[in-house]
Structure formats: structure tokens, C-alpha cells
Design a protein around this ligand. Structure first.
Ligand code: SF4
Ligand code: SF4
Ligand code: FES
Length: 233
């Protein structure tokens, strides 16, 4: 059903039920995201895509559009909320971009640039979680995990559909886990896919490491904003 919504005062014609985050991107309006991949169901774990819907904050990946919806994206409170959520992720984990294998192709880093984050307003926890090198093709740098759950839901054993990744513990003692038996059945392509789906440098495929020189890394060739607005991610 064709409907009309308003984003930042601009009237947009679209289809009822489409995810707000996609409608915005299709109309040239950038909304940051960390746990949403176009074409896959929304996980709703990061909330970085929050915007105002009829005056209330809502995660735009989890919000279907409806007729008459009034959306604010270019709004100081919205921008500050998005930035605060990104800052919180930096202070919750341990991130040292210059020495990180994912630098230049990391969604968290790229979104931090887009939200104008300079330093976190929250106290840094300097989290130390034991890294896991046991699997043949993959290692986990757990301090960088943002618990988006993309790997948990979308990387599975190709034969049985069993989950290869899981999250153990609760609150500050949570950490990402890998099933070594299943992980060692992964093809190199699947290990690469797991590394690519991780929006940070937590899942690293051992064969890659630093694979591109500074200046020609993923988000240096095409910014995350450009990629999202083209519907590429
Ligand atoms: S995971 Fe991303 S944000 Fe964290 S250190 Fe690596 S490049 Fe920086
Ligand atoms: S390992 Fe990566 S993909 Fe998996 S939950 Fe952590 S940040 Fe998300
Ligand atoms: S992108 Fe919407 S909640 Fe993560």
C-alpha cells in the first residue's frame, strides 16, 4: 500500500511496512547503523540507528513505516544520542585503532567518524577478555566485540545449520565464544565471510591480517555513508 511519511520536513512516498532505515537511505538520508545488514532481518542490538518518530526515539531498523509518520533525523538530540551510543561502545571495550587489523574497514570506526565522535564521555573500562586462537582459520580479539550478534545469527555450519558463535556470561562478564569443532569445518570463504560480517575487529581470519595499505582500505575508497546510501550495506 502506498503511503506518505515525512523525514526532516520532506514528504516521501513509500510502501507501508518497509523498514524506516531503508526508506531513509533510498531517499538520500543517512542513518548510522552497526547491527543492521540490508536484506537481513533486523537484530536491534546496537540502537545506533535511533531517530525520532513522532517525537519519540526509536531504532529505525526495527520500525516499519506507516502513513503520516513524522521522522526527525537531522536533530541535535538524535545526533547526540547516536554519538553517545557509539562512545559507549568505545568505552565498554578496548579499542586501539592504529594497531587494529580491521582499521580502515571497521564499521564502528567509520560510524565514529560519521557521528563526529572524538573521545568518549563515559569512563573507559579498559576491558581485558582472553583472546581465543584455538580455531584453525579464525581468532577472536574479544576486547573489540560490540555484542551485535551478527555472527551468532548469520554464520552457521553449512551442513547442519548449527550456530558457530555464541555469547556466554552476562553483563560485564559477557564474551563471544566460538565452537572450535564447527569452526574447523569452515571453508576459507566462510571464515572470510565471518570476518567481514563482524562490524569490528573481533573476528579475524588468520590469513588476512593487514591486507590493504593505508589509503586503499575499504572505507577509504568509499565511505560508509556512500555505501549505505547506495544500498550496498
Ligand atoms: S575494532 Fe574498529 S574501532 Fe576497534 S580498534 Fe579496531 S578499528 Fe578501531
Ligand atoms: S564477534 Fe563481531 S559479529 Fe560477533 S557479536 Fe561480536 S562484534 Fe558482533
Ligand atoms: S542498526 Fe538498528 S539497532 Fe543496530
Amino acid at each position: 500500500m502506498s503511503i506518505k511519511i515525512t523525514i526532516d520536513g520532506k514528504e516521501i512516498e513509500t510502501q507501508a511496512g518497509e523498514a524506516l532505515i531503508n526508506v531513509a537511505a533510498d531517499n538520500g538520508i543517512f542513518i548510522p547503523r552497526l547491527c543492521y545488514m540490508r536484506g537481513k532481518p533486523c537484530l536491534g542490538t546496537c540502537r545506533v540507528c535511533s531517530v525520532k518518530v513522532n517525537g519519540w526515539m526509536a531504532a529505525s531498523c526495527a520500525t516499519p513505516v506507516y502513513d503520516g509518520m513524522n521522522v526527525e533525523v537531522d536533530d541535535p538530540e538524535v545526533k547526540d544520542m547516536q554519538k553517545a551510543l557509539v562512545e559507549n561502545l568505545f568505552s565498554e571495550g578496548t579499542h586501539n585503532c592504529p594497531s587494529c587489523e580491521k582499521s580502515g574497514r571497521c564499521d564502528l570506526q567509520a560510524i565514529a567518524y560519521e557521528t563526529d565522535m572524538m573521545v568518549s564521555r563515559f569512563p573507559y573500562r579498559f576491558t581485558e577478555r582472553k583472546r581465543d586462537n584455538a580455531a584453525e582459520l579464525i581468532w577472536l580479539e574479544r576486547d573489540r566485540c560490540i555484542f551485535c550478534q551478527l555472527c551468532v545469527h548469520y554464520i552457521r555450519d553449512e551442513k547442519t545449520g548449527q550456530k558457530i558463535f555464541s555469547i556466554s556470561g552476562r553483563g560485564p562478564s559477557s564474551q563471544i565464544e566460538i565452537d572450535k569443532t564447527l569452526a574447523d569445518k569452515m571453508t576459507k570463504e566462510q571464515a572470510r565471510e565471518a570476518s567481514d560480517i563482524c562490524p569490528v575487529g573481533c573476528i579475524i581470519d588468520k590469513e588476512r591480517g593487514f591486507d590493504h595499505a593505508i589509503g586503499v582500505r575499504k572505507y577509504e575508497i568509499s565511505s560508509i555513508r556512500e555505501r549505505i546510501l547506495k544500498g550496498e550495506q
